[in-house]
Design a protein around this ligand. Sequence first.
Ligand SMILES: C[S@@+](CC[C@H](N)C(=O)[O-])C[C@H]1O[C@@H](n2cnc3c(N)ncnc32)[C@H](O)[C@@H]1O
Length: 251
Amino acid sequence: MKTPTTPALYDEAAPSWARTEAVLLSDYTARPFILDAVTPLKGARVLDLGCGEGYVSRQFAKQAPARLLSIDISAGMIDLAQAAEEASPQGIEYQVGSATELELNEEFDQIVAVFLFNYLKCEEMASVLKNVHRHLAPGGSFLFTVPHPSFPFLNRPASPPFFFETNGLDYYSARDHQLEGKIWRRDGVHVPVRCVHKPMEEYFKALEEAGFKGAPRVTELSVTEEHLEMDPAFFGPLRGLPLHVAFEVTR
Ligand SMILES: C[S@@+](CC[C@H](N)C(=O)[O-])C[C@H]1O[C@@H](n2cnc3c(N)ncnc32)[C@H](O)[C@@H]1O
């Protein structure tokens, strides 16, 4: 069976992504970290690449940035984001577009890409990183999260709350291969996700080639004791496993 394109995948799954509070596994294990790690956003110019239906953007907007532009390739996701903005205006501008073709006549103090690069081939990620570098104001910060590159190869069963199919590939041979997966919500609904696999070194190489010369700050994210206390049945299967990685760089 032919796999859908990324915009088609997200247009179709958009209603299951729409949420006003934490419900997806990564709403607990990754997005709170992002909200803590961004530079103070009050008065800042912020760009959210691969913003989806706006869950993270809406939380950024609460910090009163001077400008918040949020871009996604899926018209279905942007329609939902726009509907939420119209229902409860926060001053977020949404656009349908690809992060690989970013041509904006403005610069930003903070750019984020929350689980965007797992949809892009290595070469596409390299061009997005160059675009990001070009659109960052001097001293500006870029923060992104991706699935932990070792996660798909940990021999976990294809079961909740998160997995990718490896199709017999290994950590090295899977480079640039698209692995399909699922991530669950705590209410039992799952959404399709995919991971164009990149070994860890790929991120460092691409950041340096894009012009980010300093070492990135890297954080490996997993379930915490608080998660396990809150809902042991949901989070328990992932105890002790590396789920996501956050990279932070400054221009
Ligand atoms: C896993 S979702 C994350 C959405 C959002 N960042 C969040 O954290 O809720 C990945 C998003 O990346 C978008 N995406 C994939 N490729 C893209 C591209 N080339 N340019 C912009 N968005 C893209 C998808 O449409 C999808 O909405």
